[in-house]
Design a protein. Structure first.
Lengths: 755, 332
């Protein structure tokens, strides 16, 4: 028999009370007045044997009652009877969450993380259910709960260890919030799957460097389950190691290959011990010394922005395919030596390069890397630079208005599509007899047809163009081209009439769900009431199949209609943007609207820079629909399918080369800037977001004790022996009362005197 | 004291008739329920008389001495005419003291008298007894005085026979017990100092006090010619220590507490009590003092009977002593 609250057994000492009372039975309770004591002698309190024997039964009953009460309060239960059930009790659910972000590549951190993970696995009990989840900015479940459930309990830790060996740090940034949410959801899901004998709740063992750059936003929108606790196993948090990072300042349009300069930001960690760093260019061939390095002074915890000249590239080296391949093979960032080594190595290369530099011609800078020297952690010391190339697009304008006619449409097109560093748009006016493809230009990305009244053969060309996936903007400037428009959109009949509004119309209802207007969906931008349309044409169509009205005027007439013609798209605007028709060209909405026509259907503009795991849009293949090969920094070629719009195998930072049949282009993938913020994250930030942190790590014995205690409580709750004990005690007390009363009556004393 | 009972032959028989166990006796418990002390005394005395009157024999006398042949010169007032009618001879009744009796009731009011194992205390019994005696004597036109005492004298009423005196006496008796201890010396000295005329001194007390000086003081009274009767009032529990449970015994007078187990202390107690009693009774016998031990269970008529009995014995003793003195002998 065991006891839940054994201290109450000390209450059995109260048994001595009736014994003592029985023993001193003859001790008077009060004073007896007597006339004179002159004949009396004092007598000592005598404990006669007779008196004890006299009330033995009463004594036994009282002692029994007290003993039973003490036992009942001690909450006894039989442990042996249910011991077997305890062995098969369900284990905990533990999600081991392992950080594999780039900051885990710091010296010794990953080894520490593996060691901690193994320690966690060592402490698991066989019955525990385990999941192994790794995360950087994505979450990968290496072992899930279902899988461990299928494996017999003794082999679960082994399975997890096997999978753990496959894990390795990546180059991605840390989205700790996302990972925690995923782990908590996995725990919650596993709990909902199991029916019976479940230990509610679970534990997340987070093995991470808990860097300040971790993203936690996902937690803000997540209600943390109360039964799930997070145990932190921080690694790599020893201070005194200098970590500085280098990042490209996303300067928008102002930096580019054209002006030959870039801006970089150097960030130093708050706990750094060094402040002096050096920036060193490394060319595509991996050799340093393309340009003289620059010293940067960054105090701990601060950042400095430096403007650097792009290096001059020897044109011979850039053209040599062999040296290029070697360079790629030599300089994958994963195998980069620590900073100290690379700096000495770089110095040697520097000298060689200086010797050659005199004789070499220069070429435009294609791609290279900028290295930061002077800190302890090498993982974020390389910035890959591949200046964007300007994309060239062409728009075919099939109208007759002059480029400088402010009353026409063409004039505003030129203004709307002015040249930017990332793109150059050629607008070419085609005369009616001219074929749509000019030899010096890429195929037109957009055809603008300001007046559909064109000859039959041109219509056929346009229909063909549409059928090939082209896009066309038809502007109804007059009402007399219904037949041509109907042919273009493939409808048998269409009626177009000049709207007879005396004043002006406005855009009444707009489909902000459509890609064309989705950019304006925000209430800050959705006000189109400042645009007045003086004239528009009323389009009547019997069959609206395949047509989608994007916007209507306030009188209900369609303003913009989208027709899908196979792969192609035709937009029909019933009013022009020329000042005679409307104020649209003078509105702030005009340029974005036209831009949407160029960019829609997955075609996005190139970003200033890309980070690991970003999807890089494939601009070049918009024109050429042939195969595209992307060579990653490791030298592996990725053949992209024809339909691929973007390249997303960007797991490694470095310079990627995109090659299609007619051109090559480089883009750089860099480490996210937040990964350089390696100083430890305050765990209070997690708690502020509602995460339940487990308290002090419990040792196995303490935890086992707690479990045993809980089990005891449960067993005791099932058996409830105290009830029987109390009942027997009551019976004993009743018997005692009856017996005492009987004795008292027999001896003629009041009942209280009997004891 | 004048007696109106003349037949000496009826003495023995009469005593037998009113012996204990008579159905006519009044239970002291019942008697004590009567609140008024005078009424209580009246009940006792009348009960006593009614028992007396049922008897065909008369002859009680406190002071009766003898008949003697009338001789010329005797006061013819004392001629017993009834005897003359029966015997045709002149007899004159002789009395020891032809004046009225002066009786002094010395009532112990100390706290030790407050003890009682039954429904009433010894003090209650004592004052009822005193009242009964006073009433009885008053009915016989004798002068009764009262002296209550504890450590010192509380009340003193000189013996009188006048209207209202008995009532005052009753009021004095009804006083609450006050004294802490019993001092028997003071009342005896007071009596000895103030009373010059001989009388009967009745001491009603439990005599639970050291007795070494008691003999001396009683001796004084005797020497002054007083007739002394000691009526000792005792509770049955006192005599036998009738207690079962051990208890803290609280001395009513000194306030002292003493733990006593009656079972063990009883023998010693009895022994000491008996010693004390024998000392007292022996002392009384030596001094020619009548000693009557009265239990509070004893009906008061019997107590009154005891009183008269002692008076009777006293008369005989005095007569015998007088005869011996006349013969030239002397007794101690």
């Amino acid at each position: 028999m065991s006891f839940l609250t054994p201290l109450y057994i000390a209450g059995m000492l109260a048994v001595s009370l009736p014994i003592v009372l029985h023993l001193i039975r003859r001790t008077p309770k009060g004073r007896l007045p007597f006339s004179s004591l002159m004949f009396l002698t004092p007598s000592p309190p005598r404990l006669t044997r007779r008196s004890r024997l006299d009330q033995l039964l009463l004594l036994l009953l009282r002692g029994l009652a007290l003993t039973l009460l003490a036992l009942a309060f001690a909450r006894p239960f039989w442990r042996a009877s249910t011991e077997s059930q305890v062995d098969t009790a369900p284990g905990r659910r533990v999600a081991v969450l392992l950080d594999t972000s780039a900051s885990m590549r710091r010296t010794g951190v990953w080894e520490d993380a593996l060691r901690q993970a193994n320690e966690v696995l060592d402490e698991l009990r066989p019955a525990d259910r385990v999941a192994l989840i790794t995360f950087d900015d994505r979450v990968r479940t290496l072992v899930d709960f279902e899988e461990t459930d299928r494996v017999e309990p003794g082999r679960r830790a082994e399975l997890v260890r096997q999978r753990l060996a496959q894990a390795a740090p990546t180059w991605a940034e840390t989205d700790l919030g996302l990972a925690l949410v995923a782990a908590a959801e996995a725990l919650a899901e596993a709990e909902s799957r199991q029916e019976a004998k479940v230990v509610t709740g679970g534990q997340i063992m987070l093995i991470s460097d808990l860097q300040q750059g971790s993203r936690l936003e996902s937690l803000d929108a997540f209600a943390w389950p109360q039964e799930i606790q997070l145990s932190l196993h921080p690694v790599g948090q020893e201070s005194g190691r200098t970590n500085a990072g280098i990042h490209l300042v996303a300067g928008g349009d102002d930096h580019d290959a054209a002006d030959g300069r870039i801006r970089v930001r150097v960030v130093n960690a708050p706990d750094a011990t060094r402040e002096q760093f050096r920036l060193q260019w490394i060319g595509e061939d991996g050799r340093a010394g393309l340009r003289e390095g620059e010293d940067v002074y960054v105090p701990p915890g601060e950042s400095r922005t430096v403007q650097l000249d792009l290096p001059v590239v020897p044109s011979v080296a850039a053209d040599d395919p062999n040296s290029d391949a070697d360079a790629v093979a030599q300089s994958p960032p994963a195998e980069q030596p620590p900073a100290e080594q690379s700096s000495t190595g770089a110095a040697q290369v520097d000298e060689e390069a200086n010797e050659q530099q005199v004789a070499l011609q220069t070429a435009p800078f294609e791609a290279g890397s900028l290295q930061l020297l002077g800190d302890d952690e090498a993982f974020d010391n390389t910035l890959h630079v591949a200046p964007r190339r300007q994309a060239e697009l062409s728009i075919a304008y099939l109208g007759d208005d002059a480029a400088d006619d402010t009353q026409g449409l063409r004039y505003y097109l030129d203004i709307a599509f002015s040249e930017t560093p990332s793109r150059k748009i050629n607008i070419r006016t085609y005369t009616p007899g001219e074929p749509l493809t000019a030899p010096e230009l890429p195929p037109p990305r957009l055809v603008v047809l300001p007046d559909p009244a064109v000859p039959q053969d041109r219509l056929d060309q346009l229909r063909e163009y549409l059928g090939q996936g082209g896009r066309m903007l038809v502007v109804l400037r007059t009402a007399d081209s219904a037949e041509q428009v109907a042919r273009l959109v493939g409808k048998p009949e269409m009626k177009i009439a000049e709207a007879d509004d005396q004043s002006y119309a406005m855009l009444g209802s707009i489909d902000f769900g459509h890609a064309m207007f989705s950019a304006f969906a925000d209430p800050r931008f959705s006000d189109f009431t400042k645009i007045q349309f003086w004239k528009h044409r009323r389009v009547q169509l019997d069959d609206w199949d395949g047509a989608h009205v994007l916007a209507r005027f306030d009188n209900g007439d369609p303003a913009m209609i989208e027709f899908r013609q196979g792969e192609g798209t035709l937009w029909l605007w019933t009013s022009g943007w020329n000042p005679g028709d409307s104020q649209l060209a003078r509105s702030s909405k005009f340029v974005p609207l036209l831009g949407r026509m160029l960019l829609s259907r997955g075609w996005t503009d190139a970003a200033a820079q890309y980070f690991v795991h970003d999807a890089v849009p494939l601009r070049a293949r918009a024109a050429a629909a042939d195969e595209v090969t992307v060579r990653d920094p490791d030298g592996t070629d990725h053949l992209l399918r024809e339909a691929a719009q973007s390249f997303d195998a960007t797991g490694t930072p470095g310079v990627y080369t995109l090659a299609s049949a007619d051109q090559t282009e480089s883009f750089a993938i860099n480490l996210a800037a937040s990964e350089s913020l390696t100083s430890p994250l305050d765990s209070a930030q997690l708690e502020q977001r509602g995460v339940l942190l487990a308290g002090k790590q419990l040792t196995a014995e303490v935890e086992a004790q707690q479990r045993r205690q809980m089990r005891d409580v449960e067993l005791e709750g099932q058996q409830k022996m105290w009830r029987h004990l109390i009942l027997i005690a009551l019976v004993a007390l009743i018997g005692e009362t009856w017996l005492a009363g009987r004795r008292a009556r027999a001896s003629g004393l009041p009942p209280g005197e009997s004891s | 004291m004048a007696t109106n009972l003349a037949n000496s032959n009826g003495k023995r028989r009469n005593r037998r008739r009113v012996s204990p166990g008579s159905a006519a006796l009044i239970d002291p418990h019942a008697l004590m329920r009567i609140k008024d002390l005078q009424m209580r005394a009246k009940v006792v005395v009348e009960g006593f008389f009614s028992g007396l009157h049922r008897s065909p024999y008369h002859g009680f006398s406190v002071e009766f001495s003898e008949y003697r042949q009338y001789t010329p010169g005797d006061d013819p007032r004392y001629l017993d005419w009834k005897l003359y009618a029966r015997s045709d001879r002149y007899y004159v009744k002789r009395f020891e003291d032809e004046t009225n009796l002066r009786c002094y009731l010395l009532v112990d009011q100390s706290r030790s008298m407050g003890f009682g194992s039954g429904s009433f205390s010894k003090a209650e019994y004592a004052r009822t007894l005193a009242a009964t005696l006073a009433y009885f004597l008053a009915t016989q036109r004798d002068a009764v005085g009262l002296l209550t005492f504890d450590a010192e004298i509380a009340e003193y009423l000189p013996p009188r026979y006048r209207p209202g005196h008995l009532h005052r006496l009753m009021l004095c008796l009804e006083q609450e017990l006050a004294g802490t201890s019993t001092d028997l010396a003071a009342p005896f000295e007071q009596i000895a100092r103030t009373v010059s005329k001989r009388g009967v001194v009745v001491l009603i007390s439990d005599l639970l006090a050291p007795v070494d000086m008691l003999g001396t003081h009683l001796g004084y009274l005797r020497m002054r010619g007083h007739e002394v009767i000691v009526m000792r009032i005792l509770d049955p529990a006192e005599r036998e220590l009738q207690f079962d449970a051990p208890a803290m015994f609280h001395d009513l007078e000194s306030g002292r507490d003493l733990y006593v187990d009656p079972a063990t202390a009883r023998e010693t107690y009895r022994q000491r009590f008996a010693e004390h009693e024998s000392v007292v009774s022996k002392m009384c016998a030596n001094l020619g003092i009548e000693y009557v031990a009265l239990s509070t269970q004893r009906p008061l008529e019997l107590a009154l009977f005891d009183f008269l009995q002692t008076r009777l014995r006293r008369g005989k003793t005095v007569a015998r002593k007088g005869a011996m003195r006349a013969a030239g002998g002397s007794t101690a």
